[in-house]
Design a protein around this ligand. Structure first.
Ligand SMILES: NC(=O)c1ccc[n+]([C@@H]2O[C@H](COP(=O)([O-])OP(=O)(O)OC[C@H]3O[C@@H](n4cnc5c(N)ncnc54)[C@H](O)[C@@H]3O)[C@@H](O)[C@H]2O)c1
Length: 244
């Protein structure tokens, strides 16, 4: 039901795969797509009755869940790359393993899933939406690995959009600011205790609130919908004015 009272069925008959589906933005996206008619396979490291187990950093796992999803859904129209991680740390404390982990989940994950999906995405409505971050569009202190991974995801999106446009596939990303999800607590706890307050101030949005996960899901759904027929290669910012 839309806020105007009309029943919305933007995704009737559409088939979608959403990673990071067990929590936060991914769970909100699965719920919204389903509420508007889509059949959705959710993938996460943490499986449940409703979410299949899969690791977006592992090519073998991606190949296996993509094949199983294609068989289950009978095709694929929408892919949403949501799985992601973030930890704050000073460059001196950023371990090689932590750097690798950020790139693996936040950048290699969308690459592996998108590469596996492209040959199967329906030309009529095929699209990919990746959750990047406002941290991928501007510098952000103490998150150099995260920002590098998300900046990579933005340009991966823009490059792939050009390459697959002639197949009728659209590729976009969203760039949220702070979103009220389970990711925020541990991320905030990892901020260096002696962080420079001037640098931390740059994280605050001019609208004094966190983004709600449903608001990010709405933006994802818009980009995945027919209303966004002419939108590809874009990075849609949802950050309460952090960038302004
Ligand atoms: N919360 C924020 O403030 C915020 C801001 C900007 C961007 N984002 C991005 O939004 C996305 C979703 O974040 P969220 O806030 O909903 O966090 P979340 O922690 O609630 O959800 C992330 C999910 O990704 C899953 N995941 C992690 N590694 C995975 C892997 N290798 N394979 C499969 N699944 C994996 C986790 O198990 C978890 O369920 C992330 O990409 C994050 O970087 C979040």
């Amino acid at each position: 039901m839309s806020r105007y009272g009309a029943v919305m069925t933007r995704f009737e008959g559409r088939r979608a795969l959403v990673t990071g589906a067990a929590s936060g933005i991914g769970a909100a996206t699965v719920a919204l797509l389903r509420s508007e008619g889509a059949t959705v396979v959710g993938i996460d490291l943490q499986p449940s009755d409703d979410v299949w187990e899969g690791d977006v950093t592992d090519p073998g796992s991606v190949g296996a869940f993509m094949a199983a999803a294609l068989e289950h859904l009978g095709g694929l129209d929408i892919v949403v790359n949501v799985a992601g991680i973030v930890h704050f740390s000073r460059i001196e404390d950023l371990t090689w393993a932590d750097w690798q982990h950020h790139l693996a989940v936040n950048l290699t994950g969308p690459f592996l899933v998108s590469q596996a999906a492209v040959p199967h995405l329906a030309a009529r409505a095929g699209c990919i939406v990746t959750v990047a971050s406002v941290a991928g569009l501007k510098g952000q202190a103490y998150t150099s690995a995260y920002s590098a991974s998300k900046g990579g995801a933005v340009l991966f999106t823009k490059s792939l959009a050009l390459e697959v446009a002639d197949r009728g596939i659209r590729v976009n990303c969203v760039c949220p600011g702070g979103v009220d999800t389970p990711l925020l607590g541990p991320a905030s706890a990892s901020i260096p205790t002696d962080a420079d307050p001037r640098l931390m101030d740059r994280l605050h949005s001019v609208i004094p609130a966190l983004v709600h996960p449903d608001e990010v899901a709405e933006a994802i759904a818009y980009l995945a919908s027919d209303a966004a027929r002419m939108i590809t290669g874009t990075a849609l910012v949802i950050d309460g004015g952090t960038q302004s």
